[in-house]
Design a protein around this ligand. Structure first.
Ligand code: NVA
Length: 317
């Protein structure tokens, strides 16, 4: 059995995604029943970028599973600078049963996975944020029921990690996924093509538009994200200034009025009220962002324990 990783949303099949989501729901209902990491086994958790939720939720997830979270500060480790990614992977793979990494280029985490010999989980790269999308899908399922056939609209930066992961993760779930974004912030063509392929295979669809109203029309879930992702700080004035290309895509109460009356509002956080979303929406009755944030814990316990189980099964003689 090949070693499995979770580097991008479509590293899971449709059925595996559903299985991980139902495992997450089971774990949420009975938080301390899954003890996959008892020992405690060590999981290495590295951060090259800022974090709050991800450090909290992975540390808690690993502890709940009976393991020990070995949190590594990327500024100290300087992976790929002080020593090669391959050497770091070889070292960590001997001590940890899994590696969780938040970093920049997707090529970096792919290289880690190529050498680690234990499962590697993407805790956000420039291209994808697949753990967040598992939590989001879990949240949509809790509030709106079965995912296939549901519509998720994302507004804002169509070229960032959240847009890409919504495209792949929602299409994989058989949902209709719509991205409203300016013409010069389009998703990467190869990721869009992959999302279209997944949607066609699983009964969903993909729409990229520059019309926010068309995107949210009758949608079951409306999502947004910061207009300035980590690593883009130098572009802050252009992205968030008075002539922001994203201004038309702000999620307002008026815009939410075009979605299904039962629609939920999602945001991976951190949120910037008055930019990508108004306070009235994110702090209002349709917002499920605190459930979404909590669900990071349950979804990550599910993907981590499932991957470790898969790896152990593959190692059996
Ligand atoms: N697009 C954002 C997501 C933060 C969780 C970023 O990369 O900073």
């Amino acid at each position: 059995m090949p070693l499995r990783h979770f580097l991008r949303d479509d590293d899971l099949t449709h059925d595996e995604q559903a299985l991980v989501l139902s495992r997450a729901a089971r774990i949420k209902a009975a938080p301390f029943t899954d003890r996959t990491l008892v020992g405690p086994e060590v999981v290495a958790v590295l951060f090259d970028k800022q974090t709050l939720r991800t450090q909290l939720s992975f540390s808690a997830a690993i502890a709940h599973l009976g393991g020990y979270p070995m949190v590594v500060d990327g500024k100290l480790a300087q992976v790929g600078v002080r020593e090669s990614i391959a050497d770091v992977a070889r070292v960590m793979g001997r001590e940890a049963v899994a590696i969780v990494w938040r970093t920049y280029g997707q090529d970096r985490i792919e290289e880690m996975a190529a050498y680690a010999q234990v499962p590697v989980i993407n805790a956000l790269t420039d291209d994808f944020h697949p753990c967040q999308i598992l939590a989001d899908l879990m949240t949509v399922q809790e509030h709106r029921g079965d995912l296939p056939g549901k519509t998720l609209a994302y507004l804002g930066d169509g070229a960032n990690n959240m847009a890409h992961s919504y495209l792949l993760g929602s299409a994989l779930a058989g949902m209709h996924v719509r991205v409203a974004t300016p013409a010069d912030h389009q998703p990467k063509p190869e990721i869009l093509a992959r999302a279209e392929e997944l949607a066609a295979a699983h009964g969903g669809s993909v729409l990229i538009t520059d019309d926010p109203v068309a995107a949210v029309a009758d949608a079951d879930a409306v999502a947004t994200d910061t207009w300035v992702s980590m690593g883009q700080e130098k572009e802050k004035d252009r992205r968030r200034g008075e002539t922001s290309p994203f201004a038309r895509f702000q999620v307002t109460t008026e815009l939410m009025g075009h979605a299904d009356p039962e629609a939920v509002f999602l945001h991976c956080l951190p949120a910037y009220r008055g930019y990508e979303v108004t306070a009235e929406v994110i702090d209002g009755p349709q917002s499920v962002v605190w459930d979404e944030s909590e669900n990071r814990l349950h979804a990550q316990k599910a993907i981590l324990s499932w991957l470790v189980e898969q790896h152990r099964a593959g190692e059996q003689p």
